[in-house]
Design a protein. Structure first.
Length: 149
């Protein structure tokens, strides 16, 4: 990685992506697709944007996997910070279930369980996005080789 300011840019973009998806997820039909995009495609989105504008240069496979894992974990935690209060507000104020399982867990579980499940899901998102980050690096290399030939 080039320097710490690049890591700050990656963390900021990951956080913004998680916040936006957290705001979009309570919308009925879009929410499932947004959550799927968060779990699987947040690393290609962030890394792809940074590669296209020339801010990021990935040198090897392990760097792409680490960056993908960081993007996945941070974006999921930012998503959780926004999504869970929205679910509780919609349930408590309007008596509306965005996702029955999440609402049930938030109303009946203690804070330790909620934080543990959120961290576990963040680790799952980091694992999936580490692989997606590797695929982003691989596809960027393929396209770069195609343009050179």
């Amino acid at each position: 990685m080039q320097n710490m300011s690049l890591l700050k840019v990656i963390l900021l973009m990951s956080t913004l992506l998680g916040l936006v998806i957290g705001l979009i997820s309570p919308i009925p039909y879009i929410g499932g697709l947004a959550f799927l995009a968060l779990l699987c495609f947040s690393a290609p989105i962030v890394l792809g944007v940074l590669l296209n504008i020339g801010v990021l240069k990935i040198d090897n496979i392990s760097e792409s996997a680490v960056l993908g894992g960081i993007v996945g974990f941070v974006s999921y935690l930012a998503f959780s910070v926004v999504y869970m209060p929205i679910v509780m507000i919609l349930y408590k104020v309007f008596n509306h279930y965005v996702n029955y399982g999440v609402t049930l867990a938030l109303t009946n579980a203690n804070l330790f369980v909620i934080v543990t499940v959120s961290i576990f899901m963040g680790i799952l998102s980091a694992s999936i996005n580490a692989f997606s980050g590797f695929l982003t690096y691989y596809l960027a290399e393929v396209f770069k080789n195609m343009n050179n030939k």
